[in-house]
Design a protein around this ligand. Structure first.
Ligand SMILES: CC(C)(COP(=O)(O)OP(=O)(O)OC[C@H]1O[C@@H](n2cnc3c(N)ncnc32)[C@H](O)[C@@H]1OP(=O)(O)O)[C@@H](O)C(=O)NCCC(=O)NCCSC(=O)c1cc(O)c2ccccc2c1O
Length: 286
């Protein structure tokens, strides 16, 4: 199996994950160490299929990692070696979506997809075993995907009476090309890790036993880089695909940087001091 990527400067020391003391999740696990958060879908008995509660907990965990200034990079993975995620839990699929505890039907994974794209830190999918259906779209949404050599990828929508025509189709086409994306959706085939690497669906393939070590190494490398540069690059990569919402995210970074300048602060200070702002002292740069 081919391994890709520059491994120079890599650190392969084991990581000591710590559980977060405030987290009481049922369907997922939340760990932190060395400025990395690891979020694990923990339903191995159904190949880590998600139900509305799973998605709710994932949204909470991603928000926690987003807001935690100690965290630079986030890993999304599935418990065990057999699956990253097998998509929506078909046992509780009702007429209009996946039924929660109150009987309300959801497609709330779409909200999670948007959250992963807009949160301003790199998200890495660490994939062992199956990434299938809505679980396949989840890895696709992540910024990087690292696959174990036992990983298998595919969509099942047209087979099980579903489809994801949003990021599931559009982002797939941008990632692997239009013809390949249509093949993936129209034939519902499964692809092994090497095939996924060959079509640009994952960044690298590693032996299963090294999956976490290599993923952590990539995270450590990103954590040594400028967080603001990574943040703005992520927003830049997503901006055109995400339309005005993407531009909003990118422009929000410009606003946040502008707030830190004397020119930005002059406007606020003038308002608080009840005077006219003096922007004349700032250069009109070419
Ligand atoms: C993932 C598999 C290929 C694994 O095959 P394998 O042979 O290894 O294992 P089993 O098939 O025996 O599974 C073991 C065990 O797990 C149960 N299980 C597996 N997947 C699911 C699931 N998704 N939901 C419920 N249960 C699942 C399986 O029944 C077995 O249980 P036992 O009790 O019998 O032991 C294979 O399992 C597989 O193909 N799974 C189904 C994949 C699938 O079709 N997923 C749903 C696609 S649709 C979707 O995910 C989706 C969700 C959304 O929220 C959307 C929202 C908006 C738009 C679109 C959406 C969408 O498409």
């Amino acid at each position: 199996m081919q391994r890709t990527g520059d491994q120079s400067g890599s650190e392969l020391a084991p990581i000591q994950w710590e559980s977060h003391p405030d987290c009481s999740y049922e369907d997922i696990l939340y760990h932190r160490a060395e400025h990395i958060a690891k979020i694990t879908i923990n339903r191995p008995e159904v190949r880590n299929a998600f139900r509305p509660q799973t998605v709710r907990e994932l949204i909470d965990a991603f928000h926690r990692a987003h807001m935690d200034p100690e965290i630079g990079v986030i890993i999304l993975t599935g418990a065990g070696d057999l699956a990253f995620c097998s998509g929506g839990d078909q046992r509780i699929r009702g007429h209009e979506g996946y039924k929660d505890e109150a009987g309300v039907e959801h497609l709330n994974v779409l909200e999670l997809q948007r959250q992963i794209r807009t949160l301003p830190k790199p998200v890495v999918a660490m994939v062992a075993g199956y990434a299938i259906g809505g679980g396949h779209v989840l890895h696709l949404i992540c910024d990087l995907s690292i696959a174990a050599d036992n990983a298998r990828f595919g969509q099942t929508g047209p087979k099980v009476g579903s489809f994801d025509g949003g990021f599931g189709a559009g982002l797939m086409a941008r990632t692997v090309g239009l013809k390949k994306a249509k093949e993936i959706w129209f034939l519902c085939r499964q692809y092994d890790a090497q095939e996924a690497l060959d079509m640009g669906l994952v960044n690298t393939v590693v032996p299963l036993a090294e999956l976490e070590t290599v993923t952590v190494d990539w995270c450590r490398q990103m954590n040594r880089l400028s967080p603001s540069a990574l943040r703005i690059l992520k927003a830049s990569f997503n901006a055109d695909t995400d339309g005005l919402a993407g531009i909003q995210e990118l422009a929000g970074n410009a606003t946040a940087l502008f707030y830190t300048t004397a020119e930005g602060q002059e406007g606020r200070n003038a308002f608080l001091e009840k005077r006219q702002p003096d922007f004349g002292k700032f250069p009109r740069r070419p």
